[in-house]
Design a protein around this ligand. Structure first.
Ligand code: PEP
Length: 258
């Protein structure tokens, strides 16, 4: 495949962390620390309650705002849910969809993920579709089949021209830190192998040109000391960072570390 150079995207997923004040403080510090970054796109995804105020902090800077989840209906009797339009209204340009924690704890299926993806496309909100296998699946060597199914079902009925709104995040579940510092990231070689496989799957589903234009982020214990090696790989176009994105200094070292 003939890859054109893509601007890397580094996204911070703060998960269920930070009070409103802590989120505003962290965003303010990141804005200062990262103000000189011109060659990368930067995204922070705070909890819902902090979105509007964090947007006030980063508006007009080189940092974009994203949410960690979204619902698949525009409005109505869906207690507790938030729509793509509501997220855009508070300043979001991205949303994470189908994170493995949502799939595991909230039983999100590929069908639910697909409904969310398609409404985001209709509403022109960029979606980061997360895929990735468990440790057992990798041991049984069914990891590629599993990720292929997540892509095929998660992107069902998505048109090739709509793929400009889609970013893929490959997050092997066994590599996600979950706050445990002993979790190991995938090796850069294993990550590249899966990223190339994901791109090939997208080429089969759409075409080579579309597949080459989609950013594929790596997620799973990305840290200041491994970002360079991971980002040197041909098919790794950025990172989705959990634990190491909570401290502004460590997130800034990741963004500036390659
Ligand atoms: C994540 O869960 O999206 C993630 C990448 O987490 P961590 O960086 O903490 O492994």
């Amino acid at each position: 495949m003939n890859m054109k150079k893509m601007v890397p995207l580094i996204a911070a997923n703060w998960k269920l962390n930070k009070t409103l004040e802590e989120a505003v403080d962290a965003a303010s510090m990141m804005k200062i620390m990262l103000s000189d970054v011109k060659d990368k796109e930067i995204l922070i995804c705070p909890p819902f309650i902090a979105l509007a105020q964090v947007y006030n902090v980063i508006k007009g800077s080189n940092i974009m705002l994203g949410a960690q989840d979204v619902f698949w209906e525009e409005k109505g009797a869906f207690t507790g849910e938030v729509s793509p339009m509501m997220l855009k209204d508070v300043g979001c340009s991205y949303v994470i969809i189908g994170h493995s924690e949502r799939r595991e704890y909230f039983k999100e299926t590929n069908e639910a993920v697909n409904k969310k993806v398609r409404l985001c496309i209709a509403d022109e909100l960029n979606a980061i579709l997360c895929v990735g296998e468990s440790f057992e699946q990798r041991q049984k060597k069914v990891h590629k089949d599993f990720v292929e199914k997540e892509l095929e079902e998660g992107l069902a009925r998505v048109k090739r021209e709509d793929m400009k709104h889609i970013t893929i995040a490959y997050e092997p579940i066994w590599a996600i830190s979950s706050g445990d510092p002993n979790h190991k990231p995938a090796t850069a070689k294993d990550a590249q192998e899966m990223h190339a496989f994901i791109r090939k799957t997208l080429a089969n589903m759409f075409d080579d040109k579309t597949a080459d234009s989609v950013r594929i982020l790596y997620g799973g214990s990305m840290k200041p000391d491994n970002v360079k090696e991971l980002m040197a790989k041909k098919d790794i176009n950025g990172g989705l960072v959990g634990g190491a994105s909570l401290e502004p200094e460590s997130f800034a070292r990741i963004v500036k570390g390659f």
